[in-house]
Design a protein around this ligand. Structure first.
Ligand SMILES: NC(=O)c1ccc[n+]([C@@H]2O[C@H](COP(=O)([O-])OP(=O)(O)OC[C@H]3O[C@@H](n4cnc5c(N)ncnc54)[C@H](OP(=O)(O)O)[C@@H]3O)[C@@H](O)[C@H]2O)c1
Length: 293
């Protein structure tokens, strides 16, 4: 039987944790790719993949040149800058201008105009833009990364915040990448994922204490979670010298978990990948402590 020939996919964020996993999975399936980065020298070398850039999302000309020749764009959301809508909208418009007819956007679970988690609000703005942009699209809302508590730990491996005993369905990068790959391989003339909003979660809703205990088990290192009051959380971060926006963003992350709105477990991982979602303890990778700030 002849191998299936796939159309070319442009993958952004491929110097990062999520995009690199998507690129590796697509390469394993023989999908031709354009890997797009601000610093193309940091892109992985993969079969059937061209390295493109330098292209930042808000540089329309560079993005047009970088994604030209692709049918589909995977837009991994950029880091929070206060300008994410402009950055993402510019990237989408640049792609459609050179013939990309499908966009798969990596959004965030809980994206809403009034989301408790500050960084979830501008994901909602991008989702609205995409819905009106007149291009085939799928929104993949990534759940809270299993790796984030490890990145939030201090040098003593302590994670401190006002998360209380709220629960979240933490999900691994590998599972999000697997879902994105399944969506991308189902390219159709019209995919069942067109217009869909897929909420990608892990298999169980954990408190921060439970999630951090699984990180400790996985790494063999003594990570622990110490709940803070809201007031303690603000004062400690301010005295650490963090800027106000970052203080608000991180505290709102804990408050979103405390509020329970990120605790629903969905069937997206097993339904699209055919395998159960990984538990936190099964994650393949842990960022260094302190990386989140
Ligand atoms: N679901 C969650 O819990 C969660 C947690 C944290 C973040 N996120 C979001 O998910 C995204 C991907 O996560 P990740 O773990 O893969 O993050 P990551 O390792 O920091 O990778 C982010 C990637 O996006 C690229 N990028 C960022 N801003 C860009 C811009 N303006 N123009 C072009 N490229 C840009 C980065 O390029 P460079 O290498 O050039 O910087 C990098 O390749 C993050 O960027 C963030 O929006 C989600």
């Amino acid at each position: 039987m002849a191998e299936q020939a796939y159309a070319t996919v442009a993958v952004t964020g491929a110097t990062g944790a999520l995009g690199s996993r998507v690129a590796r999975r697509l390469a394993e399936q023989g999908v031709p790719q354009l890997l797009v980065a601000r610093d193309p020298d940091r892109l992985p070398e993969l079969p059937a993949a061209q390295r493109r850039g330098p292209a930042a999302y808000d540089d329309a000309q560079a993005m047009r040149a970088a994604v030209e020749g692709a049918s589909t764009l995977v837009l991994v959301s950029g880091r929070p800058t206060g300008r994410r809508l402009e950055e993402h909208a510019t990237a989408v418009e640049a792609a459609t201008a050179v013939g990309v007819d499908r966009v798969v956007y990596v959004s965030l679970l809980g994206a809403a105009p009034d989301a408790t988690y500050r960084n979830a609000r501008d994901h909602w703005l991008t989702e609205q833009f995409l819905a009106g942009a007149g291009v085939r699209h799928t929104v993949v809302r990534a759940g809270i990364y299993a790796s984030t508590p490890a990145a939030l730990a201090d040098d003593a491996l302590t994670v401190r915040g006002p998360g209380g005993t709220g629960r979240a369905a933490f999900v691994t990068h590998e599972d999000i990448a697997a879902v994105l790959t399944a969506v991308l391989l189902d390219e159709g003339p019209a995919s069942e994922h067109d217009g869909a909003v897929l909420e990608v979660t892990g298999p169980e809703a954990l408190t921060l204490e439970e999630a951090v205990a699984q990180i400790a088990e996985s790494t063999g290192r003594p990570y622990r979670y110490v709940p803070e009051t809201l007031e303690e959380a603000f004062v400690r971060r301010w005295r650490m010298g963090l800027p106000g926006e970052q203080i608000e963003a991180w505290i709102s992350w804990y408050l979103a978990i405390a509020g329970g709105g990120l605790s629903a477990v969905t069937d997206v991982v097993p339904r699209l990948t055919g395998a159960p979602a990984a538990r936190v303890v099964e994650a393949d990778w842990w960022p260094a402590p302190g990386r989140a700030s």
